[in-house]
Design a protein around this ligand. Sequence first.
Ligand SMILES: [Zn+2]
Length: 79
Amino acid sequence: MKIGNTDTDLLPCPFCGGEAYLERNHRAFVQGQSTKVTFVRCRRCNARTARFELARFGRSSHSAEAERLAKEAWNRRIK
Ligand SMILES: [Zn+2]
């Protein structure tokens, strides 16, 4: 398995077969709080995974951990 910051390890969209990409450090409002989230989204139909809040993870590696979880969530949806 490839480790890194490329998006090439993302599987195609389970709904339309479109290309998926990682949305990193995206500003969003969660429960009324402005925060940053990372998730995977389809370029074609906008299907996406749950948003992973960076603040939930350890200070040093929160970004990489959120990316890893978002990719896992996306890839798990494909049989
Ligand atoms: Zn799609």
